[in-house]
Write a protein that binds this ligand. Structure first.
Ligand SMILES: Cc1ncc(C[n+]2csc(CCOP(=O)(O)OP(=O)(O)O)c2C)c(N)n1
Ligand SMILES: [Mg+2]
Length: 546
């Protein structure tokens, strides 16, 4: 039995017409997914999805990645999508298999990640009657609030159009999740052979020349402009344009969490994530903000404490996001890259008044560096991909881990589901097998998805898992410490021996107590042709940034 990801290059020659059995609904759906570029499907088979698995098997052009819990599977598909920029797909059985993914779908919804749920469903004849069928629940009702499109196949002729609509919802305009429910009986029924699914065309609004002119004039009239770049700028591939604008204006770039790395954080123009002290100095001195592909979330504004300049030009592909959370002087609904390109072409090198402030933010006091973060950055190859879970170290990495390019640092930014980091990194390792992938999680978050070590081993993923173990739900213990007079309730943890635990799954596992040991462990892990685990034991302490 071989489970490696070996066959990626050779994947994909067969089509529905060449299948061994008569094409049925499941074959049709699989062919449509294939035509939309799907090559990996995360998930777990169940009674209401075996036809899909059989069709995938017969198709031969896609690889399934078995997860051990569908919540983790949905996080994997999310991590795959974030790291590749292509939709991630999770396939589940009806009912509990599907609802297990709800947190993953919600996470993707909050962070605008293209993620497709393909769920089996009860037979279509009485589907909306809730008549006590096995696995029956109103899946459309459950998923509708957190997807851009949800559709249930009611006739097999609908399969291509439903797939098209799901992909359009995921990638045209603002990305996000979609869900397709497929009744089990229809999967097995005949379906037309000619699938007409075509990759969704991006229909992005182009802003008027007048708006671009207004934006350019405002920017040229400002003394201290600042650029704020978010996940939308990453999705649209606007790294070059962000850099060009910063360069011409000689102005700093601050990012949201999802925008981290859009400008190399080693660049003198980069002030990193908005929570860094340097970024706060610059934000408080700026007289105009060019905010691109971001929506001033509670996380970015740190519940309203991040200084935001009064004058804002907001650029977003989704008109609904403009001025939703913050009043703006000018809103431009359009694709980040296109709009920035148009603005950049109207601006020559400018003399701004940032120079005197430059020194201040250089000197803005930083916290004592964390050796785990410093060592990680020093040892990892430049193009490595790092996933951080919602733990104390992950929080600290938001500001202190320098991302060198877009799509190299990921965090469950807005929904902040604990336990996301490790499985999301598995998805990243599937999507980017040539690069080193690392996840940093706490002991609590790791144990929410630790069963997926079996997945990492099964596919021999080159994934390094770092478990920062403070024997606590440290982030919550900090809140209890600060806000509840140190009355600690259910935040001290009993844990397995993580080294033995990792070894029991077949992973090389070790413990690192300081920077030297950690560097050595990382070097060894980077040579591994499969997954490995490093436990970093620590005292509980708050690593909070502010
Ligand atoms: C699904 C979910 N459950 C609970 C929480 C609340 N929560 C956030 S951080 C945290 C503790 C994390 O503990 P650990 O992973 O050990 O990291 P540490 O904070 O100790 O560094 C908890 C319980 C959450 N964000 N998501
Ligand atoms: Mg912990």
């Amino acid at each position: 039995m071989g489970f490696s990801l070996h066959n990626r290059a050779g994947i994909g020659v067969s089509s529905a017409q060449e299948m061994r059995s008569e094409p049925n609904g499941a074959h049709q759906l699989v062919e449509c997914l294939y035509r939309h570029g799907v090559r990996h499907i995360f998930g777990m088979p169940g009674s209401h999805s075996t036809h899909i698995y059989d069709a995938i098997h017969q198709h031969g052009g896609m690889q399934t990645i078995l997860c051990r819990n569908e919540q983790a599977g949905s996080f994997m598909a999310d991590g795959y999508a974030r790291s590749t920029g292509r939709p991630g797909v999770i396939c589940t059985t009806a009912g509990p298999g599907a609802t297990n993914t709800l947190t993953g779908i919600a996470e993707a919804f909050s962070d605008s990640v293209p993620l497709l749920l393909v769920a089996g469903h009860v037979d279509h004849d009485r589907i909306h009657e809730e008549c006590g069928r096995f696995h029956e629940i109103d899946l459309e009702g459950i998923f509708r609030p957190c997807v851009g499109f949800v559709g249930t196949v009611m006739h097999n002729e609908q399969i291509p159009s439903i797939t098209d609509r799901a992909f359009e919802a995921m990638i045209a305009a603002r990305p996000g999740p979609a869900a397709i429910m497929f009744p089990r009986d229809l999967m097995a029924m005949p379906a037309p052979t000619a699938a007409s699914a075509t990759p969704a065309e991006l229909r992005r609004p182009s802003p008027s020349a007048d708006l671009i002119r207004q934006a350019t004039e405002s920017i040229l009239g400002s003394q201290r402009p600042v650029i704020l770049a978010g996940g939308g700028a990453v999705s649209s591939g606007a790294s070059e344009q962000v850099e060009a604008l910063a360069d011409r204006l000689g102005c700093p770039v601050v990012t949201t969490l999802n925008g981290k790395g859009i400008l190399d954080e080693r660049s003198p123009f980069s002030l990193g994530h908005g929570r860094t002290r340097r970024a706060r100095v610059a934000l408080s001195r700026a007289d105009l903000m060019v905010a691109v592909g971001c929506r001033f979330t509670e996380v970015f504004t740190a519940s309203g404490t991040t200084p935001i300049p009064k004058r804002i030009i907001q650029i977003d592909i989704d008109p609904k996001q403009i001025a939703t959370n913050h009043p703006v002087e000018l809103g431009i609904a359009g694709d980040a890259r296109t709009v920035l390109q148009a603005i950049v072409s109207g601006i020559q090198n400018q003399e701004t008044s940032w120079k005197d402030v430059w020194k201040r933010w250089r000197n803005a006091q930083q916290l004592k560096p964390e050796w785990l973060i410093e060592t990680l950055r020093a040892e990892l190859p430049e193009n490595s991909i790092v996933f951080a879970d919602a733990c104390e170290m992950g929080l600290r990495m938001q500001s202190d881990f320098r991302a060198y390019s877009a799509r190299t640092f990921f965090y469950p930014s807005n929904y902040a589901a604990l336990g996301w980091g490790f499985p999301a990194a598995i998805g990243g390792a599937v999507g980017q097998p040539e690069r080193s992938v690392v996840c940093v999680c706490g002991d609590g978050g790791f144990l929410m998805a630790a069963q997926e070590l079996a997945t990492a081993v099964r596919y021999k993923l080159r994934l390094i898992t770092v478990v920062h173990n403070d024997s606590a739900y440290g982030a919550i213990k900090s809140i209890q410490h600060n806000d509840h007079e140190s009355r600690y309730v259910d935040t001290d943890l009993n844990n397995p021996d993580f080294v033995k635990f990792g070894e029991s799954f077949g992973l090389p596992s070790c413990r690192a107590r300081n920077a030297v040991e950690f560097a050595a462990a990382l070097r060894k892990a980077l040579q591994c042709d499969g997954p490995s685990l490093i436990e970093v034991p620590d005292e509980w302490r708050s690593l909070r940034i502010s």
